[in-house]
Design a protein around this ligand. Structure first.
Ligand SMILES: CC(C)(COP(=O)(O)OP(=O)(O)OC[C@H]1O[C@@H](n2cnc3c(N)ncnc32)[C@H](O)[C@@H]1OP(=O)(O)O)[C@@H](O)C(=O)NCCC(=O)NCCS
Length: 158
């Protein structure tokens, strides 16, 4: 679980992980504090190797929304993202969630593979629909973000 002191190294890891959007340092600090129950980091020694930010959307509290997943390039391909997702699901703060949602751009193969594998592993169904449109919501400056919805969630913490 992150603490305020982790904010700067979370920002650094995200900067190392294109195509993720870089957030303000202040945004990462809020994630590490107000949303620490639903965010997770992975360390080896003092090195930060993995990070997931997530929250329970106030308007859809039955969901856990995964905002960003980042694994340091040196630690990729070793199931770290997979294990962080499962550990997040086992948190008490996620116990009542019945669906995981996230958004992914069409061309982010690694991200689609991660969430497809997650759904498959837990016997859940992944559906996708456009969420934030390139023109209507990003003024042409960002590819469309597709929402992936995975449900039902396994009862890891129940
Ligand atoms: C996407 C990312 C988080 C994956 O982290 P990782 O720790 O290497 O992923 P894992 O080893 O846990 O792999 C999980 C699944 O995704 C698949 N996968 C991971 N990276 C992949 C890639 N580049 N291409 C295709 N499949 C990939 C794995 O094969 C595995 O599927 P399997 O269980 O069917 O074998 C990492 O590549 C990253 O940080 N990318 C940059 C940031 C980003 O795009 N984040 C997207 C999420 S918002």
């Amino acid at each position: 679980m992150p603490r305020a002191e982790d904010g700067p190294r979370v920002s650094k890891l995200i900067a190392l992980s294109p195509p993720l959007d870089v957030n303000s340092g202040y945004c990462n600090l809020l994630q590490c504090t107000d949303f620490q129950d639903t965010c997770i980091l992975a360390e080896r020694g003092s090195a930060l190797l993995g990070w997931i930010s997530a929250y329970r959307p106030p308007s859809s509290p039955e969901q856990i929304f995964v905002w960003q997943v980042a694994v340091d390039p040196v630690a990729r391909g070793q199931n770290l993202a997979r294990n962080m997702l499962d550990a997040l699901l086992a948190r008490p703060a996620v116990a009542t969630a019945t669906a995981l949602t996230t958004t992914i751009t069409e061309d982010n193969e690694a991200s689609w593979a991660l969430f497809r594998a997650f759904a498959r592993r837990h016997g859940a169904t992944l559906t996708r629909s456009p969420r934030f449109d390139r023109h209507a919501h990003f003024a042409g400056a960002h590819d469309t973000e597709w929402e992936a919805r995975i449900s039902p969630l396994p009862a890891l913490s129940k």
